[in-house]
Design a protein around this ligand. Structure first.
Ligand code: GLU
Length: 384
């Protein structure tokens, strides 16, 4: 579903014309308090979701809180995050309670909850990604409210998203959503640590640049979730590349969605990351990939060619890192260490090592075969 109007202000997140499909991500610290699930708070949020639905918006929820909730029930220390085994056990106990709560409270608003538990691979593998897209589309068309979390009980360290901010961005991409609202325990992105004097909330950010990243402090304020501003900026970067707006707002407000969008003429409080460009769906998927199998280091000539939209040829490659196979996603990095692009390699890592620095005409002699002239073809490449 593509937006009819562009999202240019926080208020547009409440407009069905500009934002027909909204992903709302709810952090652990909002959902779980000292005495367990914050039912009253969640009921109020669900009321806002019902209001969004009533004005014609489709809503997908990405809900954290399984680990925090399960840890309380099992009496595990460190919020269940002391070890992977603790987190997995806590998530299994917490998730069943969490989904039950969402289903019940959405049900009170006459909305049908649908649960999806995803692992990283479900969204990194193209075929599975398309399956998720189809399931979400069907659920939304049927009028359900998908409630999504990471499948923490089976996801091991290597195959975890680890934070629901990036999960929300990838889900939004799969669902072709118009915007993502990350509800957290801060008002948005500040130009310096919010505790410092003179810190100013940035209402609008155009581009997650190095300067913007320098403003983020890494830690999650509550210590309960695994988010923090850094993972929110990662999510914003994925979203902006996919042509999706992303807002950060404070979930502690009485009506958090209304506060972020400035409903009823009040001031909108939050940070809006406006999308930079609308990449083609496949390229956006590629650009947002989190698991890259290796790296191709390139010289300045190749870097300039990539920026012009050319394919990556072996002649411009100066180094090959990792052990990847043909078809795997790799990062393309400059000699200075800047990641310039993501792309699908046409050759295995060892073949790339044989080819690096050589002309295309030499490929057949070097490998005994040369199915592709480019090492990464421009159609399989996204410049970041
Ligand atoms: N998936 C985790 C949970 O449900 C939360 C991850 C995060 O903190 O972002 O507890």
């Amino acid at each position: 579903m593509s937006a009819l109007l562009d999202i240019v202000t926080l208020a547009d997140l409440a407009s069905p014309a500009a934002c027909p499909r909204l992903v709302v991500k709810v952090g652990s610290a909002l959902l779980v308090g000292e005495r367990g699930a914050r039912r009253g708070w969640l009921a109020a949020l669900v009321g806002e979701i019902a209001a969004a639905r009533a004005r014609g918006q489709q809503v997908i929820v990405v809900s954290s809180g399984a680990i925090a909730l399960g840890a309380r029930r099992l009496g595990l220390d460190k919020g269940g995050r002391g070890s992977l085994a603790d987190a997995q056990a806590a998530a299994a106990v917490g998730q069943i309670a969490l989904s039950g709560l969402w289903a019940e409270l959405l049900g009170d608003e006459r909305l049908i909850a649908a649960q999806l538990l995803l692992t990283l691979d479900d969204l990194e593998d193209r075929r599975r990604y398309l399956n998720v897209t189809a399931t979400l589309a069907r659920l939304l068309d049927a009028g359900a409210v998908p409630v999504i979390n990471e499948n923490d009980s089976v996801a091991t360290q290597e195959i975890r998203f680890g934070d629901n901010d990036r999960l929300a961005a990838r889900v939004a991409q799969a669902a072709r959503a118009s915007a993502i609202l990350l509800l957290s325990d801060v008002d948005g992105l500040y130009d310096r640590h919010p505790a410092q004097p003179g810190a100013r909330l940035l209402p609008r950010v155009a581009g997650v640049t190095a300067e913007i990243r320098a403003m983020a402090s890494g830690d999650s304020g509550s210590g309960m979730g695994s988010g923090g501003m850094r993972s929110k900026l990662d999510a914003a970067a994925i979203a902006e590349r996919a042509g999706i707006a992303l807002a950060i707002g404070n979930g502690h407000a009485e009506r958090p969605i209304a506060r972020v969008t400035g409903e009823g003429g009040s001031e909108a409080v939050g940070t809006l990351f406006v999308p930079r460009r609308r990449a083609a769906a496949r390229k956006a998927w590629l650009g947002g990939r989190l698991r890259l199998r290796g790296t191709l280091v390139v010289d300045a000539g190749a870097a300039a060619a990539l920026a012009r939209g050319s394919s990556l040829l072996a002649a411009g490659i100066t180094g090959v890192e990792g052990d990847f196979r043909r078809g795997d996603a790799v990062a393309i990095r400059s000699a200075e260490g800047v990641v310039l692009a993501h792309g699908l390699s046409e050759y295995d890592a060892d073949e790339c090592r044989s080819l690096q620095g050589r002309q295309s005409g030499e490929q057949a002699a070097l490998l005994g075969y040369a199915p592709r002239r480019a090492v990464v073809h421009r159609d399989q490449l996204v410049v970041l």
